[in-house]
Design a protein around this ligand. Structure first.
Ligand code: XLS
Ligand code: NI
Ligand code: NI
Length: 441
């Protein structure tokens, strides 16, 4: 049973069900079968799919060349509080109809920012209470909350890294309020995406000082949340550029180095977004592998970029090859550390039917599901893992093992090399690996 408020916003669309790949129903899942067990867990538990409040209920499709094209039924009231309640009703109707369990938000996605800090806080408390009831009625949970410390002009030079202390303090107040809302809604995680934490020109920027401020700021946020009983993870979401020319959380490796430098590695993990990986000239799977290596594969923001122009287009995922390779990393890592898969993606400006956003999320969930099924089959039935392990078999015993155990010196390597004489070449077999992926898709 889909529970909906007095108003129904997505009229004529019911709960999306799994019908299998033979189904021609555009409003049904072809691969995402929530209760199907893959690699020891249901798909629902592997993915923990979430809806992004900002794209799906706020983003009206405006771009630098024209205004929005969406006509959201929940945006009509002239009363701020009523509008926020309508938006929440629409959000919970949508999440429930999709059959997902989670949503994610920025503070001022939920309700418009007030004219003063005090007014903003009152508004946030109001909508938090409302959402708490909606969560109780529907069972929908909060995957993560975050604060928008990048849209308001006061943050044009950054938030935690602003050269002006009073702006840093203002960002601190905002993040305290967003943490309060996240904790009140039993949020499982809290995200920091460094919106304008970076620089436009190095000429007017003291990078070392700004990075120290960011480390200090995140420490304060962590300490406050822990003092309020927050047990979840903090995630850093790397992105190399946009809006700033250079963003400090450039990519996963940079963010992990930063977290370790400031002693935050036990509380923070990484939230990896596909389109941010590609902007950093990495693959999605590369970023996941880097995070997994440090036990920090926290959460995923699912979307895709455009292969021709490289922009942060935030399109819905549909690249089965890319996602299959990502799911190989995912399964090898044993899944995510506390997070889920948040559709940080938007429909195109000319997708203006109410059902389009359903097609988009169905496609995204099906892409991940098909990729997971394929990756699991590759691991279970192909020679993929064996071939990969064999490449490193010389480290399994003898001198290779001794090297891994730290028992050899550089002198020892010298002696071993002298004894070995010239070596024969060993193929990396890349084409064979690629063929295995294709065979199982
Ligand atoms: C923007 C980011 C943003 C974060 C949350 O590029 O993806 O949406 O996920 O602030
Ligand atoms: Ni993004
Ligand atoms: Ni994101």
């Amino acid at each position: 049973m889909v529970t909906i408020g007095d108003k129904e916003f997505y009229k004529g669309i019911g709960k999306i069900e799994f019908e299998g790949k033979e189904s021609d129903n555009p409003l049904a899942f072809k691969y995402y079968n929530p209760d199907q067990v893959v690699a020891g867990k249901t798909m629902k538990d592997h993915f923990r799919f979430a809806i992004a409040y900002w794209h799906t209920f706020c983003g009206q499709g405006d771009d630098p060349f024209g205004p929005g094209t969406q006509n959201f039924g929940w945006d009509n009231s002239t009363d701020v509080l009523q509008r926020a309640k309508d938006k929440a009703d629409a959000a919970f109707e949508f999440v429930t109809k999709m059959g997902f369990d989670y949503f994610c938000f920025h503070d001022f996605d939920l309700i418009d920012e007030g004219a003063t800090l005090a007014e903003s806080e009152q508004r946030l408390q109001f909508i938090t209470e409302y959402l708490k009831n909606k969560q109780q009625d529907s069972g929908v949970k909060l995957l993560w909350g975050t604060a928008n410390c990048f849209s308001n002009p006061r943050y044009m030079n950054g938030a935690a890294t602003n050269p002006e202390f009073n702006v840093v303090a203002r960002a601190g107040a905002q993040i305290k309020m967003a943490l309060d809302a996240t904790i009140a809604l039993n949020g499982e995680n809290y995200v920091f995406w460094g919106g304008r934490e970076g620089y436009m020109s190095l000429l007017n920027t003291d990078m070392g000082r700004e990075l120290d401020h960011m480390g200090q700021f995140l420490t304060l946020a962590r300490d406050y949340a822990r003092s309020q009983g927050f047990k979840g993870n903090f995630f850093i979401e790397p992105k190399p550029m946009e809006p700033m020319k250079h963003q400090y959380d450039f990519d996963t490796a940079t963010a992990i180095g930063f977290l370790k430098e400031y002693g935050l590695e036990n509380d923070f993990k990484i939230n990896i977004e596909v389109n941010h990986a590609t902007l950093a000239q990495h693959t999605f799977q590369h970023e996941m592998e880097v995070a997994a290596k440090s036990g920090m594969l926290g959460s995923l923001d699912a979307n895709r970029g455009d292969y021709q122009n490289g922009w942060d287009t935030d399109q819905f995922p549909n690249n089965i090859q890319e996602t299959t390779e990502a799911m190989l990393v995912f399964l090898k890592a044993g899944g995510l550390q506390g997070g889920g898969i948040n559709f940080d993606a938007k429909i195109r400006r000319n997708s203006t039917d109410l059902e389009d956003v359903f097609h988009a999320h169905i496609g995204g969930a099906d892409t991940f599901s098909r990729a997971l099924l394929t990756a699991d089959k590759i691991i279970q039935s192909s020679s993929y893992q064996k071939l990969r392990e064999e490449r490193y078999s010389s480290f399994n015993n003898g001198n290779g093992r001794a090297f891994e155990n730290g028992e050899l010196k550089l002198d020892d390597l010298y002696k071993i090399a002298v004894d070995n004489g010239e070596l024969s070449l060993k193929s990396g077999k890349q084409e064979l690996f690629e063929n295995i992926i294709n065979q199982y898709i």
